[in-house]
Design a protein around this ligand. Structure first.
Ligand code: ADP
Length: 894
């Protein structure tokens, strides 16, 4: 419609100018076509003309060359003969057809000095040429006897004689143009042509040219100019009439209506016209410009230069009107006619079209209206399509980006829509799912029957038990795995049929989270520790059973919604609670022992830990409190502390007692022992045997008593007489202990070895005692072989662990604890000497240093005693070296 509307407007407004334009354009095109074809034809013509011209020039060049060759051959004839007689010359020259070389005549020119002139003329006359004399042309044109010159160059022979007789005896030296050629030929030895001349024998108006070939005397040198001049004999000469030469040459070609002009251009300046061949009158001898082809002056000429016999001629070819007419072609006119005919046709058509304009306009108006309607419809439809496409794109983006599966099922129960999330959740691609039965695809088999039950009714009415509801079901993935889903089902009517749209969410993680929450709730509810959760304002949100019971309430539920302050006394609320809660908020965590108020108003001591709860972004949203009723523990701790205190003072008293007792016993014992020993010394063997035995028992008993008292004193002094700890060299301490044990080691042939030992932070005297007791025992309780003792140390957790290993009798595991108790021995005195105090002393020393002592041993397999001591540079945690009890005890002892 739009197009025809345009056409109507075109017809209305543009037709008349269009006709004019078409006609004008047609004429222009016709003219251009004509011109193009004509110029093409003209180019062809020019090329043909140039080719014809070249042909003519080539023929002429050949003629000139032939002429020169002929003169050369005449010269050769002369050179080859001793003496040439007139009849011999004629006989040699005559056979050459005149036309062939376009010769007017062939001549022999003799060289005659003035001295020889008379004899020469006489000799020629004798040959039969009566009246022969050397002549020249007088100013009036008559032939007269040549005036006197040094040398003459008379025509001696001329063939043919007919028409050329006038030339006999003519002296070439009498005329400057000829003389110039004579001199040039003589001096150079080259064939030389004269410039244009009027021949002596010329009766018409043709220009003549002589071609001279010098001949030098045989046997004489002719290398230099002088030699040539003096030895010159004469010239073989060809006489040419240029017009005839040109005519005869061109006559061999087909006439083409081309004028040919020949110019002599040897001398600089304008050349001279020698001859013209063609339709024009000859104007020989005139200047070059004299030849103007009148009728075709506009046409270009074609020219070439010929060089021969020392002269340069220019041949110029020009087309004549007859030539042009003969070549004129009909093609440009045909092109002109065709284009004009087409133009006329088109113009006529347009005129007819214009006459039909009214009709078309009417039709076009009708078309325009329906066109407009259609255009509106198309526009609206395009707009609606764009809107629809946008809606579809929007919908596709929504369903595509949805996290939940969106699935549509048609009335037959087959999948008709399947979004990306459905693919992600169930594992089926859209291609796999579309058109498949929904239940079979997504539900475990055991539910198929139940799900399919109400489907017939849904198809009819778009209703069903699941429609319009959200319910939790079990779904099945492509790999067969079942998982919990939440399905929201709705019914939509599409083209008269009910479809179901389901939005399905994978609730696996929600389910497991719920389960986890339930588990945590049970744990929290059943925990023995009281747990309460409150918001940041302190309003209780959860309280477990233990918390409720602890605070005298029946259940946690009755406390939810109430404020935390209910568990605090008024004093606490005034002083402690707010700062405590602030600390929790600042530090996120706080622990304290606080008093809590029960329902009945009584209080109890609680160990509280309060934690600030934060959401995923780290923003606090509540407080979680964990409470333990520590009333009993506190009571027990107080009791324990009291008992410990009591024990410590009783221990101290005991130590003091032991010290005092042993110290005070030493004096009387020393007296008893001294006197018993005195008795033994004085009365040994003087009384009866019983007395001796009794005295021996008394001595032995007092000695043992002394040892016991000393050991006991040592034991009691460990805690009371200890020195300050100082860095102590382990090696030095060991050496001291070994030197104290020197006798025992020697007696039992014991071997004591050790690894490098470290420095420790210790009471040096006590560590010597420690090594001494352990190594002494290792030596004492040896087996059958000699004792082997090895001492070493290694660092563990920053402390040094020493070990004393022996190969002795070993100790059963059940005695490993007991042997460290004072007076505990595993053998009788008869078997092994001892008081049972040594290891008790060791234990006391090690514990005073904050360490511990133990052993590894089996009966019969040796024993290894271990003890730990702090490294040098570290102060032991327990620096129990109380000076006061010692001082007090010693004071008491004194
Ligand atoms: P005493 O050595 O005076 O008997 P100790 O307190 O030193 O007292 O030792 C207690 C007991 O432990 C010893 O009687 C002995 O039975 C046992 N005992 C100690 N050291 C060793 C050891 N190295 N090998 C075997 N038994 C030992």
């Amino acid at each position: 419609m739009l197009q025809s509307d345009c056409a109507v407007r075109f017809l209305r407004t543009r037709l008349s100018p269009a006709i004019a334009l078409t006609a004008g354009l047609g004429l222009v095109v016709a003219a251009i076509s004509f011109f193009l074809v004509w110029s093409h034809e003209r180019d062809d013509l020019r090329m043909a003309f140039e080719q014809d011209s070249r042909d003519r020039i080539a023929v002429l060049r050949n003629r000139v060359r032939d002429g020169c060759l002929f003169v050369e051959s005449v010269a050769s004839f002369y050179l080859g003969s001793e003496r040439v007689e007139r009849n011999e010359f004629e006989a040699f020259v005559a056979p050459f057809p005149r036309d062939y070389v376009s010769l007017q005549a062939t001549e022999w020119i003799a060289r005659v000095t003035d001295a020889d002139r008379a004899s020469y003329e006489a000799a020629v006359r004798q040959e039969g040429l009566a009246g022969f004399e050397i002549t020249e042309k007088a100013a009036d044109g008559r032939m007269v006897r040549a005036s006197r010159r040094d040398e003459y160059y008379p025509v001696h022979f001329v063939v043919p004689g007919q028409g050329n007789k006038a030339a006999l005896g003519f002296d070439l030296g009498s005329e400057p143009v000829r003389l110039a050629a004579v001199r040039h030929a003589c001096d150079t030895g080259l064939t030389t042509a004269t410039g244009p001349i009027a021949l002596v024998q010329e009766t018409g108006r043709q220009v003549g040219i002589l071609v001279l070939r010098p001949i030098y005397r045989r046997g004489f040198p002719a290398e230099t100019v002088d030699e040539r001049r003096s030895n010159l004999e004469g010239f073989a000469v060809g006489v040419f009439r240029v017009g005839d030469l040109l005519d005869s040459a061109i006559a061999t070609l087909e006439p083409r209506g081309i004028d040919v002009a020949l110019y002599d251009v040897t001398e600089s300046g304008a050349g001279r016209l020698l001859a013209v061949q063609g339709s024009h009158t000859r104007a020989a001898g005139g200047p070059a410009g004299a030849f103007v082809p009148g009728d075709m002056a506009a046409w270009p000429r074609y020219g070439e230069r010929l060089a021969a016999a020392g002269r340069t001629w220019e041949v110029v070819c020009a087309p004549t009107a007859s030539h042009v007419v003969a070549q004129v072609a009909w093609q440009p006119w045909l092109a002109l006619a065709v284009v004009l005919a087409l133009t006329a046709g088109l113009t006529a058509y347009l005129v007819v079209a214009r006459n039909r304009e009214g009709q078309i306009v009417r039709l076009a108006a009708e078309c325009t209206e329906s066109n407009e309607t259609l255009r509106r419809e198309v526009t609206e439809r395009a707009r609606a399509e764009i809107a629809l496409r946008e809606e579809q794109e929007k919908l596709a983006k929504i369903t595509g980006s949805a996290q939940d599966a969106i699935i549509m099922m048609d009335g037959d129960g087959n999948v008709s829509f399947w979004n990306e999330a459905a693919e992600r959740i169930f594992g089926h691609t859209a291609n796999e799912a579309l058109g498949k039965g929904l239940h079979a695809l997504l539900a475990p088999e055991r539910f198929h029957q139940a799900y399919g039950r109400g489907f017939a009714h849904f198809r009819e009415a778009g209703e069903g038990p699941a429609v319009g509801r959200t319910q939790q079901l079990v779904g099945r993935r492509k790999d067969g795995k079942e998982f919990p889903i939440e399905l929201s089902l709705s019914a939509v009517r599409v083209r008269g049929a009910w479809h179901a749209v389901g939005i399905i969410r994978d609730i696996t993680s929600r389910k497991s989270m719920e389960q986890e929450l339930r588990r945590l709730a049970v744990i929290a509810e059943q925990a023995a520790e009281g747990i309460a959760v409150a918001d940041l304002e302190g309003n209780l949100q959860f309280v477990n059973n233990a918390w409720a019971v602890m605070h005298g309430y029946g259940s946690g539920a009755e406390l939810v919604g109430r404020h935390l302050s209910m568990f605090h006394t008024d004093d606490q609320l005034r002083t402690d609670v707010i700062p405590f809660n602030e600390m929790v908020k600042q530090q996120g965590h706080q622990a304290a022992e606080v008093g809590h108020k029960r329902k009945d108003g009584t209080t109890f001591q609680a160990q509280m830990v309060v934690t600030l709860m934060k959401d995923e972004q780290g923003k606090p949203y509540g407080l979680a409190g964990f409470a333990q009723d520590i009333t009993d523990r506190k009571r027990a701790e107080a009791l324990l502390a009291k008992r410990t205190q009591e024990l410590a003072s009783s221990n101290a008293e005991l130590e003091q007692f032991a010290y005092i007792a042993s110290h005070d016993l030493q004096e009387p014992l020393r007296m008893v022992a001294s006197y018993v020993q005195l008795l033994a010394r004085r009365y040994q063997g003087k009384l009866d045997a019983d007395a001796d035995e009794f005295i021996h028992f008394a001595v032995d008993g007092s000695a043992r008593m002394q040892t016991l008292i000393n050991d006991l004193l040592t034991y009691s002094r460990v805690g009371t007489r200890g020195k300050e700890f100082a860095p102590t060299d382990g090696e030095a301490v060991l050496q001291t202990a070994l030197s104290n044990l020197e006798v025992a080691i020697a007696e039992s042939a014991a071997e004591v070895t050790h690894d490098p030992l470290p420095a420790v932070m210790a009471d040096e005297v006590q560590v010597v005692r420690l090594f001494q007791n352990l190594i002494g025992n290792a030596v004492k309780f040896h087996g059958e072989g000699p004792p082997r003792v090895h001492v070493s140390a290694e660092q563990q957790d920053g402390w040094w662990t020493f070990s004393v290993r022996d190969n002795g009798i070993g100790i059963k595991p059940e005695y490993h604890e007991r042997i460290f108790v004072i007076f505990q021995r595993l053998h009788s005195r008869e078997e092994y000497e001892g008081t049972g105090i040594g290891l008790a002393v060791c234990k006391k020393i090690v514990e005073r240093h904050g360490g511990r002592i133990w052993l590894e041993s089996e009966e019969g397999k040796g024993s290894t005693f271990f003890f730990t001591l702090p490294p040098a540079g570290q102060r032991a945690a327990c620096l129990a070296a109380p000076a006061e009890p010692v001082a007090a005890a010693e004071q008491v002892a004194r």
